[in-house]
Write a protein that binds this ligand. Structure first.
Ligand code: UDP
Length: 459
C-alpha cells in the first residue's frame, strides 16, 4: 500500500519456465506487483507467444526470448534431454539480448523474478547489475527434498523405507518426488530440480515461495536459515480470494484453448456438489491401460463427471467411452479450471496433484481425490491427505501398479459420500479462509509483497 506513485518507476521482469503450471503463478504474482504500482514484463518464449491464448486486456507487457525451439517448443525438441540443455544455452544468450534491448529502449530493469528452475537467469541478471528473486512454484517440502539431495544430505538411491527431514513429516520413499524415488528416471529433469535450482540461489536477493506461511510453517522456517525467504501465495486470481484486483478472474494465458461455454453450460444443470471434476493438468500422460481403468471407474461410479483429456491424449480413451457415458459425463480437451472448481455443482476434484491444482482446490474449498503421476505430485498428494487433510489418495493396486476401476469407484464414493470426504470438505473450507487472509490487505503474503516493493524502491 502507498507505493503507487513512487513505484511507477520500478520495473520487474518475470521469467517463468515456459509451462502452464509455472506461467500461471508467476503471471498472477506479476499482477499483484502491478496492483502496487510496479511495471511488470513477462518473459515468454517465441513459440509460446505464437500459440498461447492471452488476455488482450492484460496489464502485463510480454516480451519473448528463444528457447531454441521457436517452431514447436518442448514437443519440437522431442525429449527433455534435448530441450532443457538447449534452453539453457540459447535462453541465456537470448535473455541477455532482451535485457539489453529493454535497457537501450529506456526501460531499465530493477529486478528479475525468475523461476527457480532457471538458474541461468541469475547469472545473466548479475552481468547487468540487476537484483534477483528466485521464485519456487513448487511446495516448500518438495524444494527441501531436492535441496537435501543437492547437498548430498540425502544419498541416492535411498535405502528406505522412510526419510526424515527438518520441518517435514516422515515421508515414505514412495512419497518423495518421482525424480528422487525413481532415481535415474528423468536425468535431465533431475539435473534441473536438484542441481540447477540450487547452483547459485545463495546469491539471490530474495526467494519467493508460492504458498502462505500457515501452509508449511516449519519448512519455511527451516528454509529461512539459508535465504531471504518470502511466502507470497497462493497466487490465485484475486476474485476467488480477496477480490481486491477488479475483474481478476483468470490467469490470462492458456496454452490450450478452454471450452468455456461447453463446460459452464454443462455444469449449470447439475445438482449441487454432484460432479467429479477430473484433470491431470498440462503435462502428465496416463498409459492406455490406466486410462481405461479410470474411464470405466468413472462410469461405474454412476456420478456426473467432467474429465479434461488433452487432445494429444484422447486417442487413448476406450472405444465408444464418450458415447456410452454421454448422459453422465463430459470429456473436454481443456477447461477454465478455476471457473469450474468454483461452480457449486462440483463435489470433488480427481487430480494428478500438480501444485497449482492443489492450491486452487484448497483456495476454493474443494476436496481432492489424489492420483499423482510423476515429479512433485506424489509429495503433494501425501500433504493433501495427511498434512492438510483436504482429500484422500487413490492408491494403486500392489499387484499390477494400477489404480483399478474398482479403486476409482470406491474412492469416488468415499470422497463424495463418505466420512473422509466430509472431513476433507470441512478442512478445505478452513484452508480457504486462511488463504484469503494471507493475500488480503495486511495478510502475511500481502505484507511480503509490499516489503519487496518497498525494497525495490528504497535502495
Ligand atoms: N488448468 C486449466 N484448465 C484445465 C486444466 C488445468 O486452466 O483444463 C490450469 C490449472 O488451473 C492450473 C494449471 O493449468 O493452474 C496446471 O498446473 P498444475 O500445477 O496443476 O499442473 P501441471 O500442468 O503443471 O502438471
Amino acid at each position: 500500500m502507498g507505493h503507487e506513485n513512487k513505484a511507477k518507476k520500478a520495473h520487474v521482469l518475470i521469467f517463468p519456465f515456459p509451462a502452464q503450471g509455472h506461467i500461471n503463478p508467476m503471471l498472477q504474482f506479476a499482477k499483484r506487483l502491478v496492483s502496487k504500482g510496479v511495471k511488470a514484463t513477462l518473459v515468454s518464449t517465441v513459440f509460446l507467444s505464437k500459440t498461447t491464448f492471452s488476455d488482450p486486456t492484460s496489464s502485463i507487457d510480454i516480451q519473448t526470448i528463444s528457447d531454441g525451439f521457436d517452431e514447436g517448443g518442448y514437443n519440437q525438441a522431442g525429449s527433455p534431454d534435448v530441450y532443457l540443455p538447449t534452453f539453457w544455452s540459447v535462453g541465456s544468450k537470448s535473455l541477455a539480448s532482451l535485457i539489453k534491448k529493454l535497457v537501450d529502449a529506456g526501460h531499465p530493469i530493477d529486478a528479475i523474478v525468475y523461476d527457480a528452475f532457471l538458474d541461468f537467469a541469475l547469472d545473466v541478471a548479475k552481468q547487468f547489475g540487476i537484483r534477483t528473486a528466485a521464485f519456487f512454484t513448487q511446495a516448500c517440502a518438495v524444494n527441501s527434498v531436492y535441496y537435501h539431495v543437492s547437498k548430498g544430505l540425502l544419498q541416492l538411491p535411498l535405502p528406505g523405507p522412510k526419510v526424515s527431514l527438518p520441518g517435514l513429516p516422515p515421508l515414505e520413499v514412495s512419497e518423495l518426488p518421482s525424480f528422487v524415488c525413481h532415481h535415474g528416471s528423468y536425468p535431465a529433469w533431475f539435473d534441473v530440480v536438484v542441481n540447477h535450482q540450487f547452483s547459485n540461489i545463495d546469491e539471490a536477493d530474495w526467494v519467493f515461495l508460492n504458498i502462505f506461511y500457515d501452509l508449511e510453517k516449519e519448512a519455511v522456517d527451516w528454509m529461512s536459515q539459508f535465504w531471504n525467504v518470502m511466502t507470497i501465495g497462493p497466487t490465485i486470481p484475486s476474485m476467488y480470494l480477496d477480490r481486491r484486483l477488479e475483474n481478476d478472474k483468470h490467469y490470462g494465458m492458456h496454452l490450450f484453448k478452454p471450452k468455456t461455454g461447453t463446460c459452464m453450460n454443462w455444469l449449470s444443470g447439475k445438482p449441487k456438489s454432484s460432479v467429479v471434476y477430473v484433470s491431470f493438468g498440462s503435462m502428465a500422460e496416463l498409459d492406455v491401460v490406466q486410462m481405461a481403468e479410470l474411464a470405466w471407474g468413472l462410469k461405474g461410479s454412476n456420478c456426473y463427471f467432467m474429465w479434461v483429456v488433452r487432445e494429444s491424449e484422447q486417442a487413448k480413451l476406450p472405444k465408444n467411452f464418450i458415447e456410452e457415458t454421454a448422459e453422465k459425463g463430459l470429456v473436454v480437451s481443456w477447461c477454465p479450471q478455476l471457473e469450474v472448481l468454483s461452480h457449486e455443482s462440483i463435489g470433488c476434484f480427481l487430480t494428478h496433484c500438480g501444485f497449482n491444482s492443489v492450491l486452487e482446490a484448497l483456495s476454493l474449498g474443494v476436496p481432492l481425490l489424489a492420483m499423482p503421476q510423476w515429479t512433485d505430485q506424489g509429495t503433494n498428494a501425501k500433504y493433501v491427505e495427511d498434512v492438510w487433510e483436504i482429500g484422500m489418495r487413490a492408491r494403486s493396486d500392489e499387484e499390477n501398479g494400477l489404480v483399478t476401476r474398482e479403486i476409482v469407484k470406491h474412492c469416488i464414493k468415499e470422497s463424495t459420500e463418505g466420512e473422509k470426504g466430509k472431513e476433507a470438505r470441512k478442512n478445505a473450507s478452513k484452508w480457504k479462509n486462511l488463504a484469503r487472509k494471507a493475500v488480503d490487505e495486511g495478510g502475511s503474503s500481502d505484507k511480503n509483497i509490499d516489503e519487496f516493493v518497498t525494497k525495490l524502491l528504497g535502495d
